[in-house]
Design a protein. Structure first.
Length: 397
């Protein structure tokens, strides 16, 4: 059982701040700065190019992939990382389409993160094979599955509301109709227990800068199920996905296993930061984390609804179909969130009217939840938010 009182001490959090935005950018592990500095001075500085071999830089994407794989229920050797999440979405979706060449529809939902839909639109346009991106409301996905669909592409946890798709049920229903699945775990990895292998997922992708605390710009990961990997064609045939990168062949030959899903040069400094974060995650029990997340989010919902009647719950009330975040509606949600941030309680806002709060037991406890509720209640009671400085939109909301 993970002792979350001890993990909280492993993060740098400004004095007095209650950080409820780890679902957008995870806080800095205290060990990260020294780990990155070591990579800069001892590895890059002293080893220079020999660091690729002597410091193990080239092996890091798959080594870190296996550590992430434990958190998401992946088979060993079937997760690698590098590039951005959008790139990994493109890779996974293109490979999934190839597995169903006679079908023309990609099905997703209107709650999916827009970037995933943008990448799908771009891929459809580039391929020029009569493909179609079809979207339905999140609650209508199951009923929309049909035999003309090639790929079901979903984000497991809705970035706005925290509503969680039933991965096991939807994957089975999709497979029953011959549909290949692509799951985006951006708001799942490090937030709740995930069982890719047990659910029979085909492909999955995710980022590491949110719950996994890899830092801004941290590399994304991709998973390919063992039954598909040998036949998966990498749509982005980068040189590090080649079977022999340093043979410098003029023609591409896909690498063995998950290595074929690598594209470009690994981001060594970002991997060092992620490695420091994974030192914490290696000892985390995901079942315990999921259970404690529910305790915290339930306490927050109860507290807010008891003291802030003008706020409307946007998240599912049932914690079993909710990720590790809670969202509330209010027409002045942006201003309210800015007033809350000014008091040291950090959440964020998503258009048009949603205030989001993330609950990560690694560094959030029940006292933090109580103090956050008190601050929000005071702001709503006194209308502290109704000031010009809180209504001016910043570039990042």
């Amino acid at each position: 059982m993970t002792d979350f009182s001890k993990t909280k001490d492993l993060f740098h959090l400004p004095e007095g701040m209650i950080y409820l935005d780890g679902n957008s950018l995870g806080p800095l592990p205290k060990a990260t700065a020294a780990r990155v500095a070591k990579t800069v001075t001892d590895e890059w500085g002293d080893l220079l190019i020999t660091g690729w071999n002597k410091a193990g830089w080239m092996a890091q994407p798959t080594a870190l992939g296996d550590r992430i794989g434990r958190l998401i229920g992946a088979e060993e050797g079937h997760v690698t990382l590098g590039d951005t999440l959008s790139i990994k979405v493109y890779q996974a979706l293109a490979s999934a389409i190839d597995l169903n060449p006679d079908r023309k529809v990609i099905l997703s939902d209107t709650g999916n993160f827009p970037s995933d839909l943008y990448m799908a639109e771009g891929l459809v346009g580039s391929l020029g094979r009569g493909l179609e991106l079809r979207t339905v409301a999140p609650e209508d996905v199951l009923g929309a599955l049909s035999s003309d669909i090639a790929v079901l592409m979903l984000t497991q946890v809705d970035y706005r509301t925290g509503r969680m798709h039933d991965m096991a049920a939807l994957t089975k229903a999709a497979h029953d109709k011959g549909i290949v699945t692509v799951w985006d775990l951006a708001h799942s990895a490090g937030a709740l227990p995930v069982d890719l292998a047990g659910c029979g997922a085909d492909f999955a992708v995710g980022c590491t800068y949110k719950y996994l605390n890899g830092g801004p710009g941290a590399p994304a990961f991709i998973y390919v199920a063992p039954r598909h990997i040998a036949g998966t064609r990498p749509a982005l045939s980068g040189w590090l996905g080649h079977a022999a990168p340093f043979a410098f062949d003029l023609d591409y030959r896909a690498g063995t296993g998950i290595e074929r899903m690598r594209v470009g040069t690994p981001p060594v400094l970002q991997m060092a930061a992620l490695d420091a974060a994974m030192e914490i995650w290696d000892s985390v029990d995901m079942g315990a984390l999921g259970a404690q997340s529910i305790v915290l989010s339930e306490a927050f919902i109860a507290g807010v609804e008891a003291t802030c009647p003008d706020l409307q719950l946007a998240s599912p009330r049932d914690p079993n179909i909710r990720g590790s975040q809670v969202s509330f509606h209010h027409a002045e949600g942006y201003a309210i969130m800015q007033a809350l941030i000014a008091q040291g309680v950090i959440g964020d806002f998503r258009a048009p009217d949603i205030m989001r709060f993330g609950f990560t037991p690694l560094f959030i406890d029940e006292d933090d939840v109580g103090r956050a509720v008190d601050s929000l209640a005071g702001i709503m009671r006194d209308k502290t938010w109704d000031q010009p400085q809180f209504k001016t939109r910043a570039a990042v909301t």
